[in-house]
Design a protein around this ligand. Structure first.
Ligand SMILES: [Zn+2]
Length: 167
C-alpha cells in the first residue's frame, strides 16, 4: 500500500493516529486561553484529563488577574484537579496545554505524577519540555511523563502571536 510522504517540514500533519486524539482537548485549551486576555494575561490555556479522558479541571494564566507569580495555566489546572479528586497524585492523567511548559510547570507536572503532557506551540525562550530544557524527561528524576508536542501547534502559536501583536 502506498503511503503519502510529507514534503518539507510539516509541523502539524493531519491525520495522525497518535496525535489526533488530543486535538479535541487542545481546542478546549485554546478556548480556555482566551479567558486570560481580558485581565491582560498571556493567553495560555490548560485542561487536565482524567485516565478515561474526562476533563477534570481547566486553567488559564492568571498572573495579572491575581498578582500570583505561580498562577500559570498548568499549575492552576493541576491544583484544581487535585482539589476535585482529593488526591495530589494525578496518576494516569494527561495535561494538555497550548504552550510548552516552563521550568516551574514542568516541575509541578513531575511532582503531580501525571502520565502525559501534551502541548501545542514550543517555547524556544523558556520551554522545559524539550526546547530549552527537558525537565519532564530528565532521567535523574523519579517520574518522567510522556511528552507529545505540536498538537494544533500552528493555532496555539497564532493565538500568542496575535496577543503580543495587539499590545
Ligand atoms: Zn509555567
Amino acid at each position: 500500500m502506498a503511503r503519502a510522504v510529507p514534503v518539507g517540514p510539516v509541523p502539524d500533519p493531519a491525520p495522525d493516529p497518535v496525535r489526533d486524539p488530543w486535538r479535541d482537548a487542545m481546542r478546549l485549551a485554546l478556548a480556555e486561553a482566551d479567558a486570560a486576555v481580558p485581565a491582560g494575561d498571556v493567553p495560555v490555556g490548560a485542561v487536565l484529563l482524567g485516565p478515561g479522558g474526562a476533563v477534570l479541571a481547566r486553567g488559564h494564566n492568571e498572573r495579572e488577574a491575581t498578582g500570583d507569580p505561580t498562577a500559570h495555566a498548568e499549575v492552576l489546572a493541576l491544583r484544581r484537579a487535585a482539589a476535585a479528586t482529593g488526591e495530589w497524585r494525578l496518576t494516569g492523567c494527561t495535561l494538555v496545554v497550548t504552550l510548552e511548559p516552563c521550568v516551574m510547570c514542568a516541575g509541578a507536572l513531575v511532582q503531580s505524577r501525571v502520565e502525559r503532557v501534551v502541548f501545542g506551540a514550543p517555547d524556544e525562550k523558556a520551554g522545559a519540555a524539550g526546547s530549552l530544557w527537558d525537565l519532564v524527561r530528565d532521567r535523574r528524576l523519579n517520574h518522567r511523563p510522556e511528552v507529545i508536542q505540536g498538537v494544533l501547534g500552528e493555532e496555539c502559536a497564532a493565538q500568542l502571536t496575535a496577543f503580543f501583536r495587539a499590545r
